[in-house]
Unconditional design. Structure first.
Length: 348
């Protein structure tokens, strides 16, 4: 089969790879139709390995060495292993993350911090390949009205849905999303679904801000043309937002979130920072600021995609697997892709 295999930093090869073989107990074999890429893939390619276990065995999956990327994908079930009851051959599904379901954290619904948590395409072979072997329990069925290109957006939207739920955003509150490219666009859509009184989208890219407006942002702003602290104070009558979601992964974005959130508010961290960022916690303590981070809600994401044109709005381009590096990873890194990049793996 053809697959995109990461061997090392800046060494990704689209090549013939060994087929996964028949599924074992609890597994299904997927013929992958579409796979999306994101900033995490870009980071692993240019700066990794950070999460991909190229040089050290992963403690949960046991995988080590060259890894097929692709943690956002959709496919058709072509074979089913023993003990699988929730999936049949011919079903279209989106795989999500895996967890044990039996530990103390899973019992509290905190699956994303389960000690047995792992992600296909980061900690084990993923979906940038013609076939992928995944746990049946990780799969969610794709609504019939949802096409494969939009369905490939379900995993990042799931992260956004979970983040907004964990931020405890309520209807009528005020919220700012800092960084609205990639996952940030989905955060705007997930926040808008909660009916906030004010939804401010912040980014340095004007194209991303235009998309954020379509997705439900009531206000947009760029630090290149606006005094953001003054704007936020003006929009919230000096109070600051109830919730700030930081998705840029930048030092400036984190500092802005810290400086503008209202007293008693919540800062929810989604963007991953490449290096430690010093912060003054005095204000957070005095103003009783809550800080949190979270992972994904796949079923809700599929419902939102099926009920809207969100997938089409965030789409930048659909590319072939062979063009993954120049038209996918490089395009995202160089800012040539303003929205989601989807890889057409097959026509299934």
């Amino acid at each position: 089969m053809r697959a995109a295999v990461l061997y090392d930093r800046k060494d990704l090869r689209v090549e013939a790879a060994v087929d996964p073989g028949p599924p074992g107990a609890g597994k299904v074999l997927l013929a992958v139709s579409r796979a999306a890429i994101c900033g995490t893939d870009v980071s692993e390619y240019f700066h990794g390995p950070r999460m991909v276990p190229l040089h050290r065995r992963h403690p949960v999956t046991g995988h080590q060495g060259p890894t097929i990327l692709g943690h956002e994908f959709v496919g058709v079930v072509v074979a089913v292993g023993d003990g699988v009851s929730g999936a049949r051959v011919g079903d279209r599904v989106v795989p999500g993350s895996c967890w044990c379901g039996a530990c103390r954290l899973c019992g509290k619904g905190r699956h994303s911090v389960c000690p047995r948590y792992f992600v296909y395409g980061l900690h084990a072979h993923g979906g940038l390949a013609e076939f992928a072997l995944v746990s049946a329990s990780a799969c969610q069925p794709v609504p019939p009205q949802l096409d494969a290109t939009a369905a490939a957006c379900a995993q990042p939207l799931a992260v956004a849905c979970h983040a907004i739920r964990r931020s405890r955003l309520q209807a009528g509150e005020t919220v700012a999303v800092v960084g609205v490219g990639g996952i940030g666009a989905f955060l705007v859509a997930a926040a808008a679904a909660r009916k906030p009184a004010l939804l401010l989208a912040v980014d340095i890219d004007e194209r991303r801000l235009e998309v954020a407006s379509v997705l439900g942002a009531t206000h947009t702003a760029s630090p290149r043309r606006t005094d953001l602290a003054a704007l936020v104070r003006g929009l919230t009558d000096g109070a600051g937002p109830d919730v700030v979601v930081e998705a840029s992964g930048s030092k400036a974005g984190l500092e802005l979130a810290w400086a503008t959130v209202g007293r008693g508010g919540r800062v929810h961290l989604v963007g991953l920072h490449a290096a430690p960022v010093p912060l003054d916690f005095h204000g957070a303590v005095v103003n009783e600021i809550d800080v949190s981070h979270a992972d994904g809600d796949l079923a809700e994401a599929l419902r939102l995609l099926a009920a809207s044109e969100l997938g089409a709005v965030v789409l930048d381009r659909v590319i072939d697997l062979e063009a993954l590096v120049p038209e996918g990873l490089l395009a995202l890194a160089e800012g040539r892709a303003a929205g989601k990049v989807i890889v057409a793996v097959s026509d299934t």
